[in-house]
Each structure stands twice: as structure tokens, then as C-alpha cells.
Design a protein around this ligand. Structure first.
Ligand code: COA
Length: 332
């Protein structure tokens, strides 16, 4: 079996910058509260008629393909992770496929929220390992801004999320010491409703009612304290799992790229793993939490900033709604 490697990486974020001060005009919140509790300073929101979940994914993909010196026609499969697809169905993978002018290759949507990109990466990795495909586009893209409640009731959630997209091209690695060394996926559905949007709901006779609009169940609900507690346990656990599986220590890691959930969560992981700040990627201050897009955007920026060199050991990790959590260890 051959390893897969990240042959190209790219990201796209909408032009529209929304600061904490902008949100102060819409709800009872403050720049100080948001910075202190989350580390977020600003985020990007889509522009109607310009940005869609699929076309942001397509733009990130074009950039990743360019870096890999590949053309869209070289892609064998699309795996698209999102919790905010363009439509309820079909998935955004097929829409992005059309956008990129690709015909007949498979397009799979992955619904694993903040862990979605690493789940998707793991699926792509398996297809390359088995020799079934050579070039797999793995995408994470989200438009949160059209699904948030901009009011005092929604403030605990709305200030956190932002829009954007990231993508990688997976291709066969030249050697089995390089590329994706392993991926580790977990889930615990016991907590499914602790971070969720429960409406529209297909178990109700009427899938979408005025009551759902009024009671706020069409907006994300988050038990923030519980999510926080689980996140700070699961992140170190799944990072250590990846390191142990490959015989490494935390000190061997050159760069940790965690899902950008909250700066306090990232700082906690950094301390728990005993890593210096420069070995942990953080860009939440610019984009907020972009869910499935957060890991590939952070990885892409880290690469652009020259923080990843050939031969580096890079660890990706995520935790989120489901609950789901995951990691990937990569020898670059
Ligand atoms: N602005 C101002 N005040 C706010 C606010 C906002 N945007 N949102 C909530 N508050 C208030 C609350 O109403 C509460 O007020 P009270 O004490 O008068 O009741 C107070 O701030 C504290 O709320 P609490 O929810 O306990 O704050 P917290 O310190 O737990 O921080 C989160 C809230 C959401 C930042 C934090 O729980 C968190 O980061 N959780 C994990 C979230 C996450 O990572 N989600 C993504 C999953 S991958």
C-alpha cells in the first residue's frame, strides 16, 4: 500500500471583513468579551451573488491544484466537507464539480462538522492507499453567516463563526516514510444535540414550521461549557493517539494545526502537549471558527507563511459537533 501526500493546498476567504465592533451594533456583546473568551477579532462573511459554499470550495481547489501543478481534469474524486451546503440536497460536491467543469468523477459530501475536513482527508487517503485513485480533491467550505441569529438570544454562538474555504490535493507519495502517516477518527453520538441545528427536522410531520423559526431551533444551539470540557480532553487524546501510533513524542512535532474552535482551547492544548507557541498554528483572530474549512485554511496559511518545510512532522486535529474528533499525522 502506498501513502498519500498533500501535493497542493489553497484557501479562499470572502472579502467582507466583519469586526467584533460590527457585531456590537447587532446584539448585546462587546469586542472585549469576544476577544477575551474566544480570541476572535474579526471574521469574514460571504457576499450574496459572489460567494457560495461550492464556489468558495472551487476557488480554494484551483489554488491547491495550481500548487500541485495539476489541472482540474487530473482530479479523480472530490470529497467535500461542509455543514452549510448550498442546498439541502444535492451536496455541494456535485455543485463544485460542475463549477470546476469536471464530468463523471465521483463527488462525496462529508457531514462531520468541525472534524469534517480530517474525516474527508482520511477517506481520500484510503482511496489513494488502495491504488483506486491518484488525485483526490479534499475540500472544507462553510457559509455560516446566513444561518446565525444576530440578536441577544443568539450571541453565545453567532460571534464565533465565520465563512471560508480550504482545499488540498492528495496524490501518491514517493515513499512510505512521507505523506499521511495515519489518521484517527472518533465519534460519540450521545452528545449529538449539544452542538446542533435541529430544524428543519425530518422526524416532524411538518419539517419546517413557524414555531421552529420563532423558537430559534433553525439556528445553531451550543452547550458551550460542555463542548469546551470535551474539546480540551479529546484534542490531546487524539493527538497523542496519532503520535503513539507512529512512535513519536510531542516534542517531535514541528507544527500542530488544530481546528480553530477558540483561542482558549488552542492555548490549553498547547500547554497540555508541552509545545511552544510557535509550533501551534492559530489564525482564529482573523476568521473565527470556520468549522470544516478551519483546518485547511490554517494549514494553507501556515504553508504560505513558510511555517512548514519539507520533512516536517505536521499534526492536524479537530473536535466538534457530533461529538466527533479526529487527527492526522503527516510527514511533509
Ligand atoms: N457577548 C457578551 N456576553 C455573552 C456572549 C456574547 N457574545 N455570549 C454569552 N455571553 C454571556 C452569557 O450570557 C453569560 O452571562 P451570565 O453570566 O450573565 O449568564 C456569560 O457571558 C458567560 O457565558 P458562558 O457561556 O458561561 O461563557 P464561557 O466563558 O463558557 O464562554 C464560549 C462561552 C462559547 C466562548 C465557550 O463556552 C466556548 O468557547 N465553548 C466552546 C465553543 C466551541 O469551541 N465551539 C465550537 C466547537 S468546535
Amino acid at each position: 500500500m502506498r501513502n498519500s501526500k498533500i501535493a497542493g493546498i489553497g484557501h479562499y476567504v470572502p472579502d467582507n471583513v466583519v469586526t467584533n465592533k460590527d457585531l456590537e451594533k447587532l446584539m448585546d456583546t462587546s469586542d472585549e468579551w469576544i476577544r477575551e473568551r474566544t480570541g476572535i477579532v474579526e471574521r469574514r462573511y460571504f457576499t450574496e451573488g459572489v460567494d457560495t459554499t461550492a464556489n468558495m470550495g472551487a476557488e480554494a481547489s484551483r489554488r491547491a491544484l495550481q500548487m500541485a501543478n495539476l489541472e482540474a481534469k487530473d482530479v479523480d474524486m472530490i470529497i467535500f466537507a461542509t455543514l452549510s451546503p448550498d442546498y439541502v440536497f444535492p451536496g455541494s460536491g456535485v455543485i463544485m464539480q460542475r463549477e470546476l467543469g469536471l464530468k463523471e468523477i465521483p463527488a462525496l459530501d462529508v457531514r462531520n462538522q468541525c472534524s469534517g475536513f480530517i474525516y474527508a482527508l482520511s477517506v481520500g487517503d484510503q482511496f489513494i492507499k488502495t491504488g483506486m485513485y491518484n488525485n483526490v480533491l479534499v475540500v472544507g467550505a462553510e457559509i455560516h453567516s446566513t444561518g446565525l441569529e444576530f440578536s441577544d438570544r443568539g450571541r453565545g454562538v453567532s460571534v464565533i463563526f465565520g465563512d471560508g474555504a480550504g482545499a488540498v490535493v492528495l496524490s501518491p507519495s514517493e515513499s512510505n516514510d512521507k505523506g499521511i502517516l495515519s489518521t484517527h477518527l472518533h465519534a460519540d453520538g450521545e452528545f449529538a444535540e449539544e452542538l446542533a441545528v435541529t430544524a428543519p427536522n425530518s422526524n416532524k410531520k411538518e419539517r419546517l414550521t413557524h414555531e421552529m423559526l420563532d423558537d430559534g431551533s433553525v439556528y445553531p444551539y451550543m452547550n458551550g461549557n460542555l463542548v469546551f470540557k470535551h474539546a480540551v480532553t479529546r484534542f490531546p487524546e487524539v493527538i497523542n493517539e496519532a503520535l503513539e501510533k507512529n512512535g513519536y513524542q510531542p516534542s517531535d512535532v514541528d507544527l500542530l494545526v488544530p481546528h480553530q474552535a477558540n483561542l482558549r482551547i488552542t492555548s490549553y492544548i498547547q500547554q497540555k502537549m508541552g509545545l511552544p507557541a510557535e509550533k501551534v498554528m492559530s489564525n482564529i483572530h482573523k476568521y473565527g471558527n470556520t468549522t470544516a474549512a478551519s483546518v485547511p485554511i490554517a494549514l494553507s496559511e501556515a504553508y504560505q507563511e513558510g511555517r512548514i518545510k519539507e520533512g516536517d512532522l505536521v499534526c492536524l486535529a479537530a473536535f466538534g459537533s457530533g461529538f466527533t474528533w479526529a487527527s492526522a499525522l503527516i510527514r511533509w
